[in-house]
Design a protein around this ligand. Structure first.
Ligand code: ADP
Ligand code: MG
Length: 235
């Protein structure tokens, strides 16, 4: 059984179909990539998975349980956490306090402070712990968003363009982090434009174009797929 299963999801914004009968899955302890050109529907699909947007039709399952009608808070109790393409940290809080807020909402709240320190250390953010979040570089802010999602100790971590604005060294360390999270059993679903990162960390890929899944499979298959090359990788 897949940890996440999306079945035939359709989302319409007025006349525009942002998603048409989209079916994807993510297996436990694996890194699944969701790629496709701008406007393909990737962020909308994340909103459907996290409960920020109700699909016009279709279903979402986490560990075999249907969550389509649950709101974001109840879904986070099912072990789901995300980052946003547009960063959404609490700007006036310090890095540590951003993580504490998330940790205290999680299941391990009695050990929140310890957990936060561990995550800061793991992500190399300890030196920024007392920094106000609105003064961070984009690369650091992306990492803090990931740290905050991890503070909720998710089973399923959804990352929307986490490497945008990171320098190559930050991206490399980030790739190692994703691999170690997956090795510990965390399921990762990642939207990312950095193809080197996607191809090197993802176990499985789904390709969206114009609101439809045009290919699903391992990276080595996807990079040779004619339809994907034409729609996306070719440009
Ligand atoms: P991606 O993340 O792949 O770039 P999005 O999910 O942001 O794509 O957008 C998919 C499509 O849905 C685009 O055509 C976009 O313009 C449209 N869209 C996204 N959000 C809204 C919204 N709130 N209202 C109307 N159209 C939207
Ligand atoms: Mg997007």
């Amino acid at each position: 059984m897949a940890l996440l299963e999306v079945r035939e999801v359709t989302v319409a914004f007025g006349g525009v179909r942002a998603l048409s009968d989209v079916a994807i899955s993510a297996e436990q302890g694996r890194i699944t990539g969701l790629i496709g050109p701008n406007g393909a529907g990737k962020s909308t699909l994340f909103d459907v998975i996290t409960g920020l947007r109700r699909p016009s039709s279709g279903q979402v399952f986490i560990e075999g349980r249907e969550v389509t009608r649950l709101g974001p808070t109840r879904r986070s109790r099912h072990g789901l956490a995300r980052t946003f393409q547009r960063l959404e940290l609490f700007g006036r809080l310090t890095v540590r306090d951003n993580l504490l807020v998330a940790a205290e909402l999680g299941s391990n709240r009695r050990h929140a402070a310890e957990l936060v320190d561990q995550i800061l250390d793991r992500l190399g953010l300890t030196r920024l712990a007392d920094t106000s979040s609105d003064t961070l570089s984009t690369g650091a802010a992306r990492l803090v968003e990931v740290a905050r999602a991890l503070a909720a100790q998710p089973k399923l971590l959804l990352l929307d363009e986490p490497a945008a604005g990171q320098d190559p060294e930050e991206t490399e360390r980030f790739a190692d982090l994703l691999r170690s999270l997956a090795a510990e059993g965390t399921t990762v679903l990642i939207v990312e434009h950095d193809m080197d990162l996607v191809m090197s960390v993802c176990d499985d890929l789904h390709v969206l174009d114009l609101g439809k899944v045009i290919a699903s499979g391992p990276p080595e298959e996807i990079r040779r797929n004619e339809q994907v090359l034409a729609a996306y990788l070719g440009d």
